[in-house]
Ligand binder design. Sequence first.
Ligand code: GCB
Length: 622
Amino acid sequence: MTNQISASGTGRAALRAFVALVLSALCGLSALFGVSGANAQDVDLLINVDNRETVSLDGDWRTIVDPYEVGYYDYRWHPSQWGFFRDDTQRDKSQLIEYSFDRSPQLKVPGDWNTQRDDLYYYEGTVWYRKKFDFTKRSDERVFLYFGAANYDARVYLNGEQLGRHIGGFTPFDFEVTDKLQDGENSVVVKVDNKRYQDAVPTINTDWWNYGGLTRRVMLVRTPRTYVRDYMIQLDPRDPGKIKGWVQVAGDEPSRLVTVSIPDTGISTTVKTDDEGRANVVVDAPGLELWTPEHPRLYDVLIETAGHALIDQIGFRTITTKGHQILLNGEPVFLRGVCIHEEAPLRTGRACTVEDARTSLGWAKDMNGNFVRLAHYCHQEQMLREADREGILVWAEVPVYWTISWDNKDTYENARRQLGEMVTRDRNRACVILWSVANETPNSDARMKFLTGLIDTCRTLDPTRLVTAALEKSYQGDSTVVINDPLGDHLDVIGCNEYIGWYDGMPDKPARVRWQSTLDKPVIFSEFGGGALYGLHADDRTRWTEEFQADIYRNQVEMFREIDFLAGTCPWILMDFRSPRRTLPDIQDGWNRKGLISERGEKKEAFGIMRAFYGEKLREQE
Ligand code: GCB
């Protein structure tokens, strides 16, 4: 069922898989009995680590670059059950050991390896990481080893023992280590491998840098023996006067009373979890100040059970559609968006800090924006937390990009699990309004089956948000553009990527085309734009100049004004980002130059055009 072999999750996951099997055999009876399908599909993940007691393992880690994977396979290429490099301590002195963490160089965690060492710039393969730390366990606690993300395939060992493996470069995972920690010194070793494979998610072919390593924070999370593990506390989209959701308790005594309250409002309810630690929560929520981009009100929400009180900062709002409109709290909203890659502003490399998140979102706001598309994979949790605080709506997405192996069952399970981990981590964030299941995927029966499966998973895990995907356009005649991808029937909001004026015609073309949509659904232009090197100037028919790019934007904006079903726009992209596909010397040099801002933070002319357009949209809405 899952590629994550977790010491903590195995028992519960097996039980859930069994429950899932029985429920599906009963063919829909689950709904009848009020058992949420979410139970059966849930990903077992410790959420809200920001508000838990943690011990950071960030900082310098010893690392061994291992392109031949000698730390894992023997010379006959047989995998070692335990990983040869799992630990280099406590061996007898006559033993032949041909590696040493202690004498190997260090890399910073969180961080990609590519931008920390010149010799690792293009490296795709295995790097072993090792961190030693002191710990003293308390008798009444559980401890989890938590990774924000490791790109792409991570095998984790603690004190020489394998904890498990996680596949997927952008989502978190954890292992319970309560009984594996030693008082005093401990050693955690991780084999991180970022090789690309045809049947992986994403596949071999993308347009971004394959940054490898422990790219996000690593920590120990301490909880009581019985603890709140996961929950969903959101407004009921059908009855916004109510909060509806569920809590998941885990540990020694999962069946117990749990109180969910919002101290600022007097809202409070107590529920009893079942033997699996689960309880539904429904409570009247009168008088809540709704979360909006203008007033992103977050409430402290307390989830308490005997011995454990967990707090979260949650905003309450609804997101629905009506015909061509997207409604936020029942009111039409135009999404003044921009796409963002997780490329660190100003210093480059994989973004991994709150400051990185603040800079990118600050630029989006500076453009008069209210929306970001976090392309093309799940971004760090701090980005969502910051968007919640700043009032920026979010499109969140999985790396189902271009040409995935649609027929491969493992590829599907991999994508489904990554989607599940993303939704599980972020479904309490008010900022997230759209889950996206794919980007520019050519149509086929196998693709339809794969993606409709992901859409169903998404709706099961989170019935409160809208589901979208970035589709492609097609032409009828020379100048009529239609969106007729059959996947549109299954989505709530249609994302459409179009590069009219860049890959498709010259910059003046957008103003000459007419758009048609066959579906009575909101459409967002989820990508458009063109490349320019910051500071390169000439006439507006010279490619790569700021003028050429600006002209595309000017004509795109003209085109937008004529489209009555348009619910938002999302230029590609906020900042130039590294991509090995982009090799043109003196212009690209390994960078996709479609940014409205250079990697050094310099704004190109086109930025001003979007800023002016969004300024107009903002005034229309006021
Ligand atoms: C696209 C892709 C995006 C690319 C962009 C480009 O359609 O969705 O990932 O980076 O075009 O620059 O060509």
